[in-house]
Design a protein around this ligand. Structure first.
Ligand code: ADP
Ligand code: MG
Length: 234
């Protein structure tokens, strides 16, 4: 589906955000790698979906009422069989925080290769237009607020500088026995999101917020495993 149609479809359903599946299709349309993902309505449909994926897989709740899926018990990683996937879906459907929500379905996706979790985001500033953001994932963003912003469109040099601006940038070089993390892969994603022909520039009229959290970056590549895009007034 072309990117503008993904946005039009969400608007036609009176939604204020793209669902995760649509968000990943939007990223893929701009060349950002996403896991192979299928959605099912309920546990009965798992066998056909599971057979098309490479285990281990992740199951996630899809609901416009649930912002933080993990907090609601709506993410289960490392599932090795169709039976495990069905159990995870049934447990989610029965859990208190999910029961009362409008459920669109369940996303089943392949696991990304292990790596450092990074956050790439965007916001639309009323004066400056789209801004792109990068941060190191987890506590670096949530507790230390170690993030770096630029006004779009950014150049390759801007993207390099954004990464170097992070106080925790040394983490990317494999501090404390960790593996090194591909800066080139992060720069590539920053350009696809915030560059001249990037996603934020192309959809500046529609998107008020973008959040790839996390982008999992290994020694050789980066995969966006969670994607959220908020739509402004049409
Ligand atoms: P939420 O942020 O809504 O709680 P996420 O989709 O970000 O849900 O999933 C929570 C966590 O699960 C991620 O931060 C990541 O650590 C892990 N995860 C999710 N999807 C994948 C995936 N495809 N491969 C590897 N890890 C994943
Ligand atoms: Mg997330």
């Amino acid at each position: 589906m072309n990117p503008q149609d993904l946005i039009a479809q969400a608007r036609a359903q009176q939604r204020t955000a793209l669902d995760e599946q649509a968000g990943k299709l939007l990223l893929a349309a701009y060349g950002v790698a996403v896991p192979k993902t299928l959605t099912v309505k309920n546990a009965d449909k798992v066998d056909a979906a599971f057979s098309q994926l490479r285990a281990p897989v992740v199951v996630k709740i899809m609901s416009q009422d649930i912002l933080h899926k993990s907090d609601a018990g709506g993410v289960k990683v490392g599932l090795q069989s169709a039976a495990e996937v069905k159990d995870a879906i049934n447990a989610m459907a029965a859990s208190p925080k999910i029961k009362g929500a409008r459920i669109d379905g369940y996303l089943i996706e392949e696991m990304a290769p292990a790596g450092q979790e990074i956050v790439v985001g965007g916001v639309r500033d009323p004066d400056f237009g789209p801004l792109v953001m990068v941060g190191l994932g987890g506590i670096f963003v949530e507790v230390l607020a170690d993030v770096s912003f630029r006004i779009c469109p950014i150049t390759r040099i801007d993207a390099q500088e954004m990464i170097e601006d992070l106080k925790g940038a040394a983490i990317l070089d494999g501090a404390r026995g960790r593996k090194t993390v591909s800066r080139a892969a992060i720069i590539d994603v920053l350009l696809k999101v915030g560059g001249e022909n990037g996603l934020l520039m192309q959809h500046a009229g529609d998107l008020t917020e973008a959040d790839i959290n996390p982008l999992i970056v290994s020694e050789s590549g980066a995969v966006a495993v969670d994607a959220r895009f908020i739509l402004g007034q049409a």
